[in-house]
Write a protein that binds this ligand. Structure first.
Ligand SMILES: Nc1ncnc2c1ncn2[C@@H]1O[C@H](COP(=O)(O)OP(=O)(O)OP(=O)(O)O)[C@@H](O)[C@H]1O
Ligand SMILES: [Mg+2]
Length: 485
């Protein structure tokens, strides 16, 4: 391989057919004269297409079409010409350079020699050892490159971080997310999953339907069954946040609601029936009463709250304190109506924040499936900013990257990007993401199913294309079909 030319932040490389590499792979350029070493990443490929070469090909085609005799070629010129026709040009981006001490740096100065530079494939494992990348809790993801190297990230890279898994429909987002949940759990983490398609319970089983190694640490929470809260447990802040953010309760009505709450609490008679009575009899403006009644009706029908003195409220801290080696709480939301879903998410988040503030639970990893269904609103930006300080480390999984706010993207640490062909989606991500636009556009558009481009801290800011491994467990999550093949 040879350097052909340089553009603003990369090189064009000329490669013969025997030197073919795939998009996303890294190359090491070593200038034999100066000893300078550069690390570049291939993000696009094309044929060498100079005009004389194209003219030549056209001439050959015409000759072949109009003559049945074989062409006399004693000097074997056609072989050379074929090599040229099959030559590739790789577009690369400079990612780093290697200093005298063999360490990777982002300081890049001067051009390497076009004559004396040697170019070779750089394995991801070499790259990571140059970076001195280590970790205690590996999460194997899959394979990378022509060398089929095993690629793992470390649980530490997700710890305290905000992650997004995105890509078009059925490309393997939830599969990757399940893989992360499974391994975090094996490492003893505490995880909460908003499971919109009820597909995570499959993690409790191996492919042959026998219980998996994590089955006793997976807890499925279904609304109304285990998952219903007492008003006391949610507290005034939790309920009013829910009313404000999920049910868009106007400020005046919210104030009255708080007064009713305080009044009933002081009389030690706080329950749903008494709140309802108070709303009906309280001396308030009729518009405010209307607003309160309509919200309260939604609250009553949501099955989120217990009004039964004999049943205990669901308590996160109780469940978590009973699980010493980690736990994954899977909140089943497939059958939950959209508005109740948003209420539930809001309640859970405010409760978790409260428990974390009081250090009653350890930090948790939150996996939010189909996040576009409830992360649309701007207040999430604030939640995300605060969540990290409290100890909720979120991973959003979505096929609609434009539904997530720019403010959230700006705080993202890792993106696992599956195939997208739509330019709008790609632009959205590249505008705010941790890799440049060319890389994202060119690599992601041609990514096959089940392959993703990992970007961000988990890969030390050096994007890697990973072919995600299959799961040993029951993956579920297939699209239900009417016609079976
Ligand atoms: N790396 C993989 N190895 C084997 N099977 C996979 C892999 N990735 C995904 N699958 C399978 O492909 C199907 C679709 O994957 P998945 O449900 O993860 O896609 P998705 O992107 O979450 O789709 P949706 O947008 O519909 O939520 C599933 O049946 C899953 O088991
Ligand atoms: Mg999915």
């Amino acid at each position: 391989m040879r350097i052909l030319s340089k553009n603003s932040d990369g090189f064009l490389m000329l490669a013969m057919k025997t030197e073919i590499v795939s998009k996303g792979e890294y190359l090491l350029i070593k200038d034999e004269n100066s000893g300078r070493k550069l690390v570049v990443q291939v993000f696009d490929e094309e044929y060498l297409s100079s005009q004389p070469l194209i003219d030549d090909m056209i001439r050959d085609e015409i000759a072949a079409a109009s003559s049945i005799e074989s062409i006399h070629d004693p000097l074997n010129i056609s072989r050379i010409s074929n090599l040229l026709r099959d030559a590739r040009i790789y577009h690369t981006k400079i990612r780093a350079s290697i200093d005298g001490g063999g360490m990777l740096t982002t300081e890049i100065s001067g051009l390497p020699s076009r004559v004396y530079s040697k170019v070779r494939l750089l394995k991801i494992s070499e790259l990571h050892s140059l970076l001195g990348r280590t970790g205690k809790f590996p999460i194997p993801l899959g394979k990378a490159g022509m060398a089929n190297e095993n690629i793992a990230i470390y649980a530490e890279d997700l710890d305290g971080k905000l992650n997004i898994i995105t890509g078009r429909k059925e490309c393997g987002k939830s599969h990757l997310s399940k893989m992360l949940v499974k391994t975090l759990l094996e490492h003893g983490g505490y995880i909460i999953v908003f499971d919109l398609n009820n597909e995570y319970q499959g993690l409790a089983y191996n492919k042959d339907k026998s219980p998996s190694n994590i089955s006793n640490r997976l807890i499925r929470l279904e609304l109304g069954d285990v998952l219903s809260f007492s008003l006391d447990y949610c507290g005034k802040t939790g309920i009013s946040n829910m009313l404000k953010n999920a049910l868009e309760m106007p400020a005046a009505s919210l104030r009255e609601f708080m007064r009713i709450w305080d009044h009933l609490e002081s009389k030690k008679s706080l329950n749903l029936t008494n709140i309802e009575n108070a709303i009906n009899t309280w001396n308030i403006n009729e518009f405010v009463r209307e607003a309160l009644i309509s919200r309260f009706h939604t609250v009553l029908t949501s099955k989120l709250f217990l009004d039964d003195k004999n049943r205990d409220s669901f308590k996160f801290e109780e469940i978590i304190s009973g699980m010493n080696t980690g736990a994954a709480l899977i909140v089943s939301m497939a059958e939950v109506p959209p508005i109740v879903r948003i209420m539930l998410v809001e309640l859970i988040l405010s409760k978790l924040v409260e428990l974390l503030e009081r250090t009653q639970i350890p930090p948790v990893f939150l996996f939010a499936e189909e996040a576009h269904l409830y992360v649309r609103d701007t207040y999430w930006e604030d939640i995300i900013t605060r969540m990290r300080h409290f100890g909720i480390y979120a991973t959003f999984i979505t096929n609609q990257p434009d539904a997530i706010n720019d403010g959230i993207y700006r705080q993202v640490d890792n993106i696992f990007l599956f195939n997208f062909t739509n330019d709008n989606d790609l632009d959205k991500i590249s505008k705010v993401s941790l890799a440049d636009r060319d890389t994202i556009r060119s690599i992601v558009k041609t990514l096959p199913q089940r392959c993703c481009l990992a970007i961000g801290k988990a890969v030390c800011d050096l994007p890697v294309v990973v072919r995600i491994d299959a799961l040993e467990l029951l993956a579920l999550g297939e699209t239900k079909k009417f016609f079976r093949t």
